[in-house]
Design a protein. Structure first.
Length: 686
């Protein structure tokens, strides 16, 4: 035991060292809310996202630039795979800026720093321009206005200077038939200049529109004259000049909106209306409403005492999940959320199994949007089942705008990774468990649960008692293709059937008696020594990610501690050091915490994400050493290790309860605030 403890602690030290070697700087003490980049290296820079659940803005290492702007639900056919892809929208926050005729870029500035304030979802860059001025700008994806953004700029003159600044509207290369407009609306008290662009998506399916306007403050006197310039078909700008005296600070803002025909029937006019609406709110009201909205979100928080870096990292994971979804719509985040075009923006089990539980525990109203996404695509899932010769509803492995299968043909997961259907059903059942909303269960939960149960009843091959086999699937461990009786698929199907029967009882409806018969006869295979077998032909090979261990959580099919531990000890040695996603180690952490093994739980908690971090903002990639952040799926998994592992929270048919668990040795206290519909606080102490 002593040797094991020493080895485990050594591994923890190595993990921490790996991150430090990858970092561009070392934090003396991590701020719980602010992630700072004191040194910007464009060759080793992975941007961080500011988003409001609809618009995502990805940071750039260049001053007055943003890398991408993406909108939830904006898909069209282009690129690889002949399937729908996420689209970049108009880059509406880029600027051109010069002082006394010298252009401001990475070569002409010094002391360039960036930081993200996660508490207020504000991204700030600052720098000095020679000995002439200090410049700072902050941008927001406004939480209260789903289609609107704001950037505020301040310039402090060290000498008398003249600034020339331009707001640039640029269309991504994939868009076509770009049209650019500039219009001024005169009112007695204000002139509203609108820089507007419209384009079609690659196939012409969608219309994408964006509009921006300058906001000037009365404190600076008469507004400067704004001039419009056309540069080419894909870019135009509006600009102004201003003389600033030494010692003075001049401030102004750019407010804008971006919307598509996927969100509104008249996106061109709506983009301009929304920009006008935001502009006439004024800077202070916009920022106050935005900060108040984020303050409400942060009433549901995870607070760690005794580990400052873990606290910051947990806040970052929560911040990203909060940023990538919002209540009141029917959009669902992809594995990379709104941080770019990763995984084509498609929706996988990543949402239903990995991100959804954190949303459900912390903000059920946001979780409802994710289930609404699946409910609205139930008919497409039924058509998918029909085309494969099954009954009920068969959800696609990759889903986008319409709910049809969007997996590229070369990936076998499309036709064969059927466990996604049970993952959708589990999310629906858990939503009812947490909210106890019987009206929702009757109207939307039951249609999902019953149709997915019908799918499994038709999917099994009835080969005698105890042998209702589910053959020829891609396992949750995706390295196992076209295997029979996969542990996770079989167990998830059993749970789906049982939960559908439970829902029928709650609603006083007649359940299909075949559901329980099928559930009782789906096999969970064992090895000769009693270890749960991943699939019928499994021979002990390496696995891509947790599969068997998911039967302990979240499925709760395996509950006996000795069996949980036996499966853990076996499969943790089958996961390679590289090339596997972060969720596997997160499940190991969660299960060890519930077993009372704090040392192993903390080791796997750190191993789940520390080696995946990229500079300068500690953004999570999918795999160790990966370069494709931000991996919201991994964040969801790690948050589950904190909420349901260290925190002991558990979703039951009667709501959220707290089980006995343990904290890492160096954590003094864990507080989880604003949980569930009652916004309860749960505490664990060492």
């Amino acid at each position: 035991m002593v040797q094991t403890s020493i080895r485990r602690k050594t591994q923890n030290y190595i993990l921490i060292l790996i991150f430090f070697l990858k970092s561009t700087h070392i934090f003396a003490q991590a701020d719980p809310w602010i992630i700072k980049a004191q040194k910007i290296d464009p060759s080793d820079y992975y941007g961080i996202t500011v988003a409001n659940g609809m618009i995502g803005i990805i940071s750039s290492p260049e001053p007055f630039k943003v890398k991408n702007v993406v909108l939830a639900g904006t898909y069209d056919l282009y690129g690889r795979g002949r399937v729908s892809n996420f689209l970049n929208s108009f880059n509406l926050l880029n600027m051109k800026f010069d002082i006394d005729g010298t252009t401001m870029d990475a070569k002409t500035i010094t002391n360039f720093k960036q930081e993200l304030n996660m508490q207020t979802a504000a991204f700030t860059s600052s720098f000095d321009f020679k000995d002439q001025a200090s410049v700072k700008y902050t941008y927001y994806s406004l939480r209260q206005l789903p289609f609107c953004v704001l950037m505020e700029v301040s310039v402090t003159a060290k000498k008398d200077i003249v600034i020339n600044t331009a707001s640039v509207m640029e269309a991504p290369d994939a868009l076509r038939d770009v049209q650019n407009y500039y219009n001024e609306i005169d009112r007695p008290h204000v002139t509203i200049g609108l820089l507007t662009s419209m384009a079609k998506s690659p196939t012409g399916k969608l219309q994408l529109c964006a509009s921006t306007s300058f906001m000037f403050t009365e404190a600076h006197g008469q507004e400067p004259r704004v001039i419009h310039e056309m540069w080419d078909n894909n870019m135009h700008l509006m600009k102004f000049s201003k003389t600033i005296k030494a010692g003075e600070t001049y401030s102004y803002c750019i407010v804008g909106s971006s919307i598509t025909s996927a969100h509104h029937d008249d996106p061109l006019n709506e983009a301009e209306r929304l920009t006008i609406f935001a502009k006439l709110q004024g800077r202070d009201r916009l920022v106050n409403f935005h900060e108040n909205a984020w303050a409400d979100l942060w009433k549901s928080d995870i607070l760690v005492e005794g580990d400052e870096q873990s606290q910051q990292d947990i806040h970052s994971m929560l911040y990203h999940l909060y940023s990538f979804a919002r209540e009141g719509n029917s959009f669902s985040p992809s594995p990379m959320g709104l941080s770019g075009l990763g995984y084509n923006g498609h929706v996988f089990w990543d949402t239903d199994l990995w991100m959804f539980p954190a949303y459900l525990v912390m903000h059920p109203e946001i979780a409802k949007s994710l289930i609404e996404y699946r409910f609205e695509r139930l008919e497409a899932a039924k058509r998918n089942a029909f085309s494969h010769g099954y009954k009920g509803a068969m959800y696609p492995w990759e889903s986008a705008g319409t709910g049809v299968e969007e997996t590229p043909v070369w990936a076998l997961s499309g036709p064969f990774e059927h466990h996604i259907t049970a993952c959708v059903a589990l999310a629906a059942w858990n939503y009812y468990c947490v909210t106890q909303d019987k009206d929702w269960l009757r109207e939307k939960g039951w249609p999902i649960l019953s149709a997915t149960a019908d799918f499994w009843a038709s999917r099994v091959e009835r080969n005698g008692p105890g042998n209702f086999d589910i053959n020829n699937v891609v396992a949750a461990d995706e390295w196992a293709e076209n295997v029979d009786n996969n542990a996770f698929t079989n167990a998830a199907a059993k749970v789906n059937l049982q939960n559908a029967a439970s829902a029928a009882k709650i609603l006083a409806l007649k359940a299909n008696p075949d559901w329980e018969l099928v559930a009782q006869n789906i096999p969970i295979l064992k090895m000769p020594d009693g270890t749960t077998k991943e699939h019928a032909s499994y021979k002990g090979e390496g696995i891509k990610q947790a599969d068997v261990n998911l039967l302990s959580f979240p499925l709760k099919v395996i509950t006996e501690p000795a069996q949980v531990k036996k499966d853990l000890e076996y499969y943790k040695g089958r996961v390679p050091d590289a090339g596997t996603p972060a969720m596997t180690q997160a499940i190991f952490s969660l299960l060890y915490a519930r077993l009372g093994d704090s040392e192993n739980a903390y080791h796997w908690f750190k191993d789940a994400y520390l080696p995946n971090l990229n500079p300068p903002f500690r953004v999570i990639a999918e795999t160790k050493g990966g370069t494709n952040p931000y991996f919201a799926t991994g964040a969801g998994g790690v948050l589950q290790s904190v909420l349901m592992g260290f925190g002991g929270l558990d979703i039951t048919p009667d709501g959220i309860v707290q089980l006995k668990s343990v904290l890492p040795e160096n954590w003094k206290k864990l507080s989880i605030t604003g949980v569930g519909i009652t916004r309860k606080t749960y505490v664990v102490k060492n």
